[in-house]
Design a protein around this ligand. Sequence first.
Ligand code: ZN
Length: 399
Amino acid sequence: MAAIDRSKLDNFISVALGLKFCVSGLQNFILDTMETTHQNILQQIPVGFCNINCSRKYGNGFSQWCIICGSWKDELNKLCRYKKQRDKINWKEIDTIDFPHSTPDSYEAISKVFVRDVHQFKQGIYQDLGAIISLFMNMKTFSFDNQILVDIQRHRNDSFAHNYRVSLDETEKKLCLNSFIRILKVPNIFCKESAKVAVSLLEELVLSEGIPTGLLQHQDALDTLILIRDSFEQLSPYTDLQIVAFSFAIDTFKDRINNIILKTTIKPKRVTKNLVSLKTRNVLKCLSLPLLSIYIIISFISLKKMDSSNEGCYSMRFLEHWKSDLDFDLYVETLNNESFIERRWLRDIVDKQLLEANGVLLTANMGYGKSSIISNIVCADRSSVCKDLQTRKYNEMDA
Ligand SMILES: [Zn+2]
C-alpha cells in the first residue's frame, strides 16, 4: 500500500473543521426559530408549570400526565411532519418539565421530540449536524428543499463520519464544503450573523490547499482539532476493509493532527531575526541546546520546590514530556491568557464536590470552558478566585 498523502489527510481535517463551522453557523437561525415557535405554542397552553416531569416518570402512559405536559405534547405532535416518526418518540428521553420555560435549554428539550435516536447525541442536539438535519427534516416549522438536506447528510457520512481512510481527494473536500455553504446561504439562514461568519470561514477552506493557518487561530477550530484527535480512537470500523484502512492510517493521522495543534498553540516570535547579527545568531545556535537542557533541569528542580506562594502556571507536563510532541504547559498557558471570565460559580461547585470526593469529572458541550477552568486553576495567581482550589489540590498531591 502506498504511503498516505499528507494533503489528503489535511482535506479530511478541513472537512472536520467545515462541519464545526457549519454547525456554529446554523445556531442563530435555529435558536431564533425555536424561540418564536416556543412563544407561539405557549399561547395555546394553560398557564403554569409541571413539577413531576411527566415524560420521564410515566413515559408513554399519557393518561397520567399533567395537563401542562399533555398540552405541550399535543401541540408538538401537530408539528411532526411524519406520523410514523410521531409514534416513535421515546418520551422517557425527554424532559417535558423544561418545556414551558423560555430558555435555550427548553428549546433544545422541545427539539428532541423531532430528532431520531436522541440518546446518541451526547454533545447536545444543536451541536451535531446529523441531529440538526434530522430536526429540519422532521419538524414542520422548518421548510427546506429536501435535496439540500439529503446532500449534506450524505456528504457528512461519506466524507467524515464513515470515512475510515481519514483521507479525502480535493474534489470530495470541495463537494462536501460546498454542501455546507449551500444550506447556510438559504436566505432565512444567511440573514443571521452566525451564518455570515461561517460562510466566510468555509469559503476560505474551499479555496485553500491545505489548512489555512489564520483559520486555526479561532478557538473553535483548535477545540475541534483536539476533539477529533481525542475521539479518533473511538471510531469503530466494522468491515475488514475498514479495519485495514483505519489501522493503516491512524498513526500518520495522529502525528499530523498533533503537529498542527502544536503549531497553533505556539505563538510565532519574529523580533530576534533582524536585530541579531548573523555571527551572534550562530553562536546562539550552538549554545541553544546546552542552554535548553540547563533550563529543563532548573525548571525540574524549581518544580519540586514549588510552594503555594509561587506565581505563574503549575506544570502540566508528562513525566517524560520531551518524548512527546504534546506540550500541555504551552496549551494551558495560552488558554489561561485567553480566558477572561472568572467562573466563580463553577469554582464553588467544584470546590464543594471536592470536599466529598477525590475528583470531579467535568462534562459540557464544546466551548463551555472545561479546559479554561482547568487552566485557571493551574495558573491561578493570588488574586484569582481559583487560588485556594489550586493550593489545596497541590498540597494534597504532595502529601
Ligand atoms: Zn407534567
